[in-house]
Each structure stands twice: as C-alpha cells, then as structure tokens.
Ligand binder design. Structure first.
Ligand code: FAD
Ligand code: PHB
Length: 389
C-alpha cells in the first residue's frame, strides 16, 4: 500500500490530523493497535480550548460539539471552605468548552468513516523503517497477515507508550521528566454535576476536582497515593472522601450514585525533544505529557496537530518545506509554556508528601493573591483558555 502520510495511532491526534489532511486532499492511513470501541471506552479529557474547537470545525466535525458542548465562562477554585471564581470570558474574551474526549474521538471516527478514510484497527507490531531517508515505510501485522505502507511522511500519534518516540535514536532524543508523588482517582457517574462550573479544590486531605460531561454525567477526581488500587475504593468511600475535600455548601448539594467507570491515573510532566526525526513527526502524548490539572493534554495534542497539518499542507500545496522544517521548534515553544502552567497549577492545588508548614502557607498565600488580584487571574485565565497557536 502507498499513502502520503502514514499515521500511527487512532486516538484524537491521529484522527484529527487524518481528517484535516483529507479536507485538503492529502491522503493518509491511520494504524490503530486497538479497536474503535476500545479507544472510545477510555474516559479522558473533558475540557476543550478554542483552538481544538476551531480545528474540529475546520475538519468538518464541529456540528455536534457546537450543539451539545457546554461553554464555560469561568471556573471555581476552593481552599478549605473558601471558594472564588476566575471569569475567563471577562478576563480573556473566551470561554472553554466542556465536551468529552470520547465524543471528539467518536465524531472524528464517524467523519473518517463517512469519507471512506482508511483506518486499520488491530494493527500489531508496527515498525517505522527508514524514517531518516527519503523513502520511509511502516510495517505491521493484522492477524496473521504482514503488511507494509510506503509513504512520504510518518506522524507518530501513538501516545506515551507507542513505538514512534522509541524509533528515534537515543543519542538524538533528549527527555525531560518529573513524576509526581500522587495520582488521580477518577469516577464517572450518571448524576447531575454538583455545580454548573468546574471546582478545583485544594483541601488539607488533598486535591479534588468536580467536572462533568453533560447535565446528567459527572466526572469527579480525588488525589490519591500512587500505590492505591481502584479495588480499594468502594463508591461509598469515594463519595465520602470527595465531600470532605470540597466546601461544605457544595458537599451538601452533591448528588451521588453508582460509578460507571473508576480508574487511577498517575501524574507526570514529560517532554521529548526534538519532535521530528527525518520524516517522522511526533504529535501529542507521544512527545509530551502534562499532569491533568488545567486540562492541557488533549489541547496540546491539538496544537501539535495544527502545526504539523499546516506544515504538511504548505509542503503539498506550495512545495515549501518551511512548515515541516520548523514543526519541532514551533510545537515545543508552545509545549513548554503549557508544561509550565500544568506544573504550576498542580503545585498550587495538591498536597505533597514532603510539604512543610511553610510550603502550605505559600500555597494559601498564592491562592489568596490569585483570589484578590485581577492580573494574576488574567495570567491564569489566559493559560487555561489556551495560548494562541
Ligand atoms: P492517545 O489518546 O494516547 O492515543 C494514542 C493512540 O495510539 C491510542 O489509541 C493507542 O491505542 C494507539 N497506539 C499506541 N501504541 C500503538 C502502536 N504501537 N501501534 C498502533 N497504535 C498504537 N487532556 C485535556 O486536554 N483535557 C482534559 O480534561 C484531560 N483530562 C484527562 C484526564 C485523565 C484521567 C487522563 C488520563 C488524561 C487527560 N487528558 C486531558 C489528557 C488527554 O487524554 C491526552 O493528552 C490525549 O488522549 C492525547 O491524545 P493522543 O491522540 O496524542 O494520544
Ligand atoms: C475532566 O473532566 O476529565 C477534567 C477536567 C479538567 C481537568 C482535568 C480533567 O483539569
């Protein structure tokens, strides 16, 4: 088989890239290790920046998001029983959109299917070959059949545990990492959200987050030790702990119910540089990870897609390699700013095992400064709604 762009990974970044290229008449094939249902069953991001929203529209996939997504003009931050609001709309002119990653991915799969786009599911043993030459190719296996795709470029959109990043020689790739000493235990429940906006809570018992997917689907998280197991947490224990971490008046309003999903995610900051090796380009979680505080993972995958898509478009439409040559530099410049924001927001809201009384005072002082200072709020809001591309 031959295509222009071979895309490894059928998560949101691979699908979005494929669909955007299709709109411009550029051919691609997506190789996904799992099935469509498996990809759609992963409960992940919930908050979309305007950049992603605009890209979905450009890809011809914005209609349902526009109908069903919930624009949020601000967010709530609490510490103990104190709570204040940061008004994104007033401070930056922009809201964010609450619309699940599952729905984004479903819309993209539907669009690829409608356009007869080629997505190979159950693609195993994917290998990237000759990426540092002018004729790269990818080999893989479906069942017992071995296959090969020749291509102009390869987009590594295969997440943190994929093969793409590992293909780049160790003496080329530089990795930067910080692993946090806690995780997030998340629960999805068919209950109305406790508040119409998100609540990020700093409590003496650890961080908590109240989020949502729609008017009758709530997503809640609590900070937990990295050693914790989902089996250790009954629904009852989870709700009781969440209530202890959010302001009392919110806890009183919390509607609880059976969980329909429960999982633990570790927290990590990670960047791999460069994001290009020859004709291979890394995109999204394949190149970088942020802790979820601030909802930046999917949104940063989308900004990579923006730079890569425009670079490829420039190459195919104008015969100009400037965009792909500067892809890594452009993407990383934004990635590092997002890493900083996610690291800062995580530090502000969590309890750390080695935190001293002085450190705790610093957290509260910073929250009170943020509460009372419009400039500090604007800096936070500017990052939260999404830095410009
Ligand atoms: P992935 O979604 O990981 O997709 C990669 C795909 O590649 C997968 O489908 C995988 O099966 C496939 N694959 C892997 N290896 C191979 C291989 N060898 N061959 C073929 N295919 C392969 N981000 C936000 O912006 N906002 C949020 O609110 C938010 N909340 C989050 C909450 C949680 C609990 C978690 C865990 C993450 C959250 N994120 C959030 C992060 C967000 O989910 C990720 O950044 C996003 O999924 C990255 O998309 P991706 O397409 O780059 O990678
Ligand atoms: C979510 O709804 O899953 C979510 C929202 C905001 C975050 C992280 C996750 O910062």
């Amino acid at each position: 088989m031959r295509t222009q762009v071979a895309i490894i990974g059928g998560g949101p970044s691979g699908l979005l890239l494929s669909q955007l290229l299709h709109v411009r008449g550029i051919d691609s094939v997506v190789l996904e290790r799992k099935t469509r249902d498996y990809v759609l069953s992963r409960i992940r991001a919930g908050v979309m920046e305007r950049g992603l929203y605009e890209l979905m529209k450009e890809a011809g996939c914005g209609a349902r998001m526009e109908r069903e997504g919930m624009p949020h003009d601000g967010t709530l931050l609490s510490y103990g029983d104190e709570m204040f609001r940061v008004n994104f709309k007033d401070l930056t002119g922009h809201p964010v959109m609450v619309y699940g990653q599952t729905e984004v991915t479903r819309d993209l799969y539907d669009a690829r299917e409608a356009a007869d786009g080629k997505v190979e599911f159950n693609a195993e043993d994917v290998e990237i070959c000759d990426a540092d030459t002018d004729s790269p190719y990818v080999t893989y296996r479906v069942g017992s059949e071995s296959r090969r795709i020749d291509c102009d470029f390869i987009a590594g959109c295969d997440g943190f545990h994929g093969v793409s990043r590992k293909t780049i020689p160790a003496d080329v790739l530089k990795e930067y990492e910080r692993v946090y000493p806690f995780g997030w235990l998340g629960v999805l429940s068919e209950t109305p959200p406790v508040n119409h906006e998100l609540i990020y809570a700093n409590s003496p018992r650890g961080f908590a987050l109240c989020s949502m997917r729609n008017a009758n689907l709530s997503r809640y998280y609590i900070q937990c030790p990295t050693t914790d197991k989902v089996e250790n947490w009954s629904d009852e224990d989870f709700w009781a702990e969440l209530k202890r971490r959010i302001p009392a008046d919110q806890a009183e309003n919390l509607v609880t119910g059976p969980s329909i999903e429960k999982s633990i995610a570790p927290l990590r900051s990670y960047v791999a540089e460069p994001m290009r090796w020859g004709r291979l380009f890394l995109c999204g979680d394949a190149a970088h990870i942020v802790p979820p505080t601030g909802a930046k993972g999917l949104n940063t995958a989308a900004s990579d897609v923006h730079y890569l898509y425009n670079g490829l478009r420039q190459f195919y439409e104008e015969g100009d390699a400037e965009g792909i040559d500067r892809y890594s530099e452009r993407a990383l410049s934004r990635v590092w700013k997002v890493e900083r924001f996610s690291w800062w927001f995580s530090g502000l809201m969590h309890r750390y095992p080695d935190q001293t009384d002085f450190d705790l005072k610093m957290q509260i002082a910073e929250l009170e400064f943020l509460r009372s200072n419009t400039d500090a709020q604007r800096a936070m809001a500017t990052n939260y709604v999404g830095l410009p591309y």
